[in-house]
Write a protein that binds this ligand. Structure first.
Ligand code: ATP
Ligand code: MG
Length: 647
C-alpha cells in the first residue's frame, strides 16, 4: 500500500485556524483536561444558559449514560440562523443548484430565517410541539433544510428518511420513531427522472399502516398531479397566513435534536439519537477546523440530506458557522459526466466534500469529468463514507483538484455525529488513503480479539476510549441494543465495528469493517487493501472482496469486479488480475474466484454491501436478509446468476 507523503502546501497555511503546534497543544488539552477544553470550545455556540457541567459520561455496560453540557440551554435553529442576522442577513446561506442545470437559487440568512419561522408556525398550527417526532421524506430542495430547522426551532425531533427509500422502508422508520407528522413533496427530480415521493408516502400510509401520523405536509415542488387525502395539507397553503416570527424554543443541551436511521450496510437499520448541545458544538467545530472554513467561502458537501453527512456537514455544521452551503438536487453525472466540475466553476466552490463511490465513478472516465472546466476556485477537497483507495485519491488530487488542494479523508459514522479522524489542512502531511490523525477529544485505540490494547505499529479493532460531545446517546427506544452494539464487545470503550491499522508515523488507516475481515489460511486480511489493489489495475473500475467457505484455507477470496468503461473482459484478463494481486500484495491475497459484473449492490448512500456479496459467494442467497436499503435490488439477481464455483 502506498504511503507517499505530501507536505502541507504553503497555501493551506495562510490564514488557517491551526498550525501543527497549536493542534498538538489543543489535542493534548482535549485529552488531559476535557472539561476545560470543551468548556472553552462550547463558546462556538450562543447559549441561552451557558453550560457549567461539561462532561458526564459512563461507558460502563451496566449503565451507559452520555451527557455533555447538561445544564446548558440553547436553540439549534437560533445558532444556525438568528445569531448571524446582525452582520450577515443578506449573505447567502444556501445555494440551491437544481437537477436541471438552468435552475438555481440563492437563499440569504434573512430569507432562511423567514422560511423556517413560517414553517415552524405551521407545524405548531398542526399541533406539533416540543419532543414530538416529525418524519421528513423530501427531495434535495432548500425546503428540506427549512423543515429540519423548523423542527429544531420548536423542539420537535426530526427523522429524515432518504428520498430513495421504498414505501416499506418509510413505514418501518415512521413506526419505529412514532412520528406524528410527515413532511414530503409531490415529486422530486434526480438525474432527469421524477421521484414519486407523495405516491410512495400514500403506499406507506395505506390501510392505517402508520397509526401515529396525524397529518402529512406536502410541498408543491414539481406541481404535478397527485392524490390529496383528508389528512394531507399543502405546505404553501399551510404557511400562507403564518408570520415569519417564531420565538425559538429554549432546549436543554441533552434534549434530542434528531433520530437518523443508519444506512444499513450491516443489518436492520438503527434509529441513532443525537441531542442538541453536544452535537452542534461538535458539528460546528469539526466543520470549522477540518475544512479550515474561512468567512465568505463557498462550501459544497455533495451528500444527501438523508445521511448523517447531509445533517452535520450540509446543514448544521456550516450554518452554525455562518457559511454558505451548496445543496445540489441532482446526481454527479447528469446531464453530463462533468457536472460536478461544472457546478464548482459555476458557483466558484472553494471546498468540495464527496464520497469515494462518486470519485471512482468519475475516475472510470479519465479526464472527461473535468472537460471544459477550470476548478481554480477549489482550495480544499474532502472524502467520506468508505476507505478511499489510493488510486481514487490520486485521481481526486491530480485531476479534480489540479494538484492544488489538500484532501481530508474523514473517517466517522452516523453514531459519532461528526468527523473523528482526518488530516487537517494546515497541519497534517498527507498519505493517500489514510484517515490519518484523531480530531480534538478523540482517543482511538486498537484492540486484538482478546480485548488487549496494541501499541505502536499494529492492526486491530478500532475503539474509542472516551466520549466526545457529538456522540450518539442511544438507539431510539432501544437502549439495550445501543449497549449491545457498541459497549459490550469490549469493556469501557466505544466499539466502532471497523478494523484499523496504525503505521510507524502514528497514522491511522481504516482497513474495512471488522465483519468483513477475511481469515485466509490463518492470515487476517482487510478487504480495503485488496480492493485498493484491484482498483489500481487499469481494467477495473470498482471491486468488492468477500470471503467464502474454503475446505483447505478456511476462507477463500471471492472477488467481484466491474470493468472500466468499454473494457472487454475475458479469461486472459482474469488471469492477469490474479497475477497483479499476487505481485502487488502477496500470494496469500490471490483471489480464488473473480466474477465480472456490470454493477455491485450498494446502499442508497453508495456503499458496497459486502454482507450480500458474502451470501452470494457462499451460495446462501436464500438468506440475503434486509435489502430494503439497496439502491438497485435487481443487481442481486444478476450477481446470483453469474455466481462462480457453482458446484
Ligand atoms: P450500518 O451501520 O447501518 O451498517 P454504515 O456503517 O454504512 O451502516 P454510516 O454511519 O453512514 O453507516 O457509515 C460509517 C462507516 O463508513 C464507518 O464505520 C466506516 O466503515 C465507513 N467509513 C466512513 N468514512 C470512512 C473513511 N473516511 N475511511 C474509511 N471508512 C469510512
Ligand atoms: Mg455503521
Amino acid at each position: 500500500m502506498t504511503e507517499l507523503l505530501y507536505p502541507v502546501p504553503a497555501q493551506a497555511k495562510q490564514n488557517s485556524h491551526l498550525t501543527p503546534e497549536l493542534y498538538e497543544e489543543m489535542y493534548q488539552e482535549s485529552i488531559n483536561d476535557p472539561d476545560t477544553f470543551w468548556q472553552k470550545q462550547s463558546s462556538i455556540l450562543n447559549w441561552a444558559h451557558q453550560p457549567t457541567k461539561i462532561k458526564n459520561t459512563s461507558y460502563d455496560k451496566n449503565n451507559v449514560d452520555i451527557r455533555w453540557f447538561e445544564d446548558g440551554e440553547l436553540n439549534v435553529s437560533y445558532n444556525c440562523i438568528d445569531r448571524h442576522l446582525k452582520t450577515q442577513a443578506q449573505q447567502t446561506a444556501i445555494i440551491w443548484e437544481g437537477d436541471d442545470p438552468s435552475k438555481d437559487k440563492h437563499i440569504s440568512y434573512q430569507e432562511l430565517h423567514d422560511q423556517v419561522c413560517q414553517l415552524a408556525n405551521g407545524l405548531k398550527k398542526l399541533g406539533v410541539s416540543k419532543g414530538d417526532r416529525v418524519a421528513i421524506y423530501m427531495p434535495m430542495v432548500a425546503e428540506a433544510a427549512y423543515a429540519m430547522l423548523a423542527c429544531a426551532r420548536i423542539g420537535a425531533v426530526h427523522s429524515i428518511i432518504f428520498a430513495g427509500f421504498s414505501p416499506n422502508a418509510i413505514a418501518d422508520r415512521i413506526n419505529n420513531c412514532e412520528a406524528k407528522v410527515l413532511i414530503t413533496a409531490d415529486e422530486g427530480r434526480r438525474g432527469g427522472k421524477t421521484v414519486p415521493l407523495k405516491s410512495n408516502v400514500d403506499q406507506a400510509l395505506t390501510g392505517n399502516r402508520c397509526k401515529t401520523i396525524e397529518r402529512t405536509i406536502v410541498l408543491r415542488n414539481t406541481g404535478s398531479d397527485i392524490n390529496w387525502h383528508s389528512q394531507d395539507v399543502c405546505w404553501q397553503e399551510l404557511i400562507q397566513d403564518c408570520t415569519s416570527i417564531c420565538e425559538p424554543e429554549i432546549m436543554q443541551a441533552e434534549d434530542p435534536l434528531f433520530i437518523l436511521y443508519t444506512s444499513g450496510s450491516t443489518g436492520v437499520p438503527k434509529g441513532v439519537v443525537h441531542t442538541s448541545g453536544g452535537y452542534l458544538v461538535y458539528a460546528a467545530m469539526t466543520h470549522k477546523y477540518v475544512f479550515d472554513y474561512q468567512p465568505n467561502e463557498i462550501y459544497w458537501c455533495a451528500a444527501d440530506v438523508g445521511w448523517i453527512t447531509g445533517h452535520s456537514y450540509m446543514v448544521y455544521g456550516p450554518l452554525a458557522n455562518g457559511a454558505t452551503t451548496l445543496l445540489f438536487e441532482g446526481i454527479p453525472n447528469y446531464p453530463d459526466i462533468n457536472r460536478v466540475a461544472q457546478i464548482v466553476d459555476k458557483h466558484q466552490v472553494n471546498i468540495l466534500y464527496t464520497a469515494p463511490t462518486v470519485i471512482r465513478s468519475l475516475m472510470a472516465h479519465g479526464t472527461k469529468p473535468i472537460q471544459d472546466t477550470e476548478r481554480t476556485s477549489l482550495r480544499q477537497l474532502g472524502s467520506v463514507g468508505e476507505p478511499i483507495n489510493p488510486e481514487a485519491w490520486h485521481w481526486y488530487y491530480e485531476v479534480m483538484g489540479n494538484k492544488n488542494c489538500t484532501i481530508v479523508d474523514t473517517w466517522w459514522q452516523t453514531e459519532t455525529g461528526g468527523i473523528m479522524m482526518t488530516p487537517l489542512p494546515s497541519v497534517t502531511e498527507l498519505k493517500p488513503g489514510a484517515a490519518s490523525k484523531p480530531f480534538f477529544g478523540i482517543q482511538p485505540a486498537l484492540l486484538n480479539q482478546d480485548g488487549e490494547e496494541l501499541s505502536d505499529e499494529a492492526e486491530g479493532n478500532l475503539v474509542i476510549k472516551a466520549s466526545w460531545p457529538g456522540q450518539a446517546r442511544t438507539i431510539y427506544a432501544d437502549h439495550s441494543r445501543f449497549i449491545d452494539t457498541y459497549f459490550s464487545a469490549y469493556e469501557n470503550v466505544y466499539f466502532t465495528g471497523d478494523g484499523c491499522r496504525r503505521d510507524q508515523d502514528d497514522y491511522y488507516w481504516i482497513t474495512g469493517r471488522v465483519d468483513d475481515v477475511l481469515n485466509v489460511s490463518g492470515h487476517r486480511l482487510g478487504t480495503a487493501e485488496i480492493e485498493s489493489c484491484l482498483v489500481a489495475h487499469p481494467a477495473i473500475a470498482e471491486a468488492a472482496v468477500v470471503g467464502f467457505p474454503h475446505d483447505i484455507k478456511g476462507q477463500g477470496i471471492y472477488v467481484f469486479v466491474t470493468p472500466i468503461d468499454g473494457q472487454v473482459t475475458n479469461s486472459e484478463l482474469t488471469k492477469q488480475i490474479n497475477t497483479w494481486v499476487r505481485q502487488e500484495i502477496s500470494p496469500i491475497a490471490t483471489p480464488d474466484l473473480i466474477q465480472w459484473t456490470q454493477a455491485l449492490p450498494k446502499t442508497r448512500s453508495g456503499k458496497i454491501m459486502r454482507r450480500i456479496l458474502r451470501k452470494i459467494a457462499a451460495n446462501e442467497h436464500e438468506q440475503l436478509g434486509d435489502i430494503s436499503t439497496l439502491a438497485e435490488p435487481s443487481s442481486v439477481q444478476t450477481l446470483i446468476a453469474g455466481r462462480l464455483n457453482k458446484a
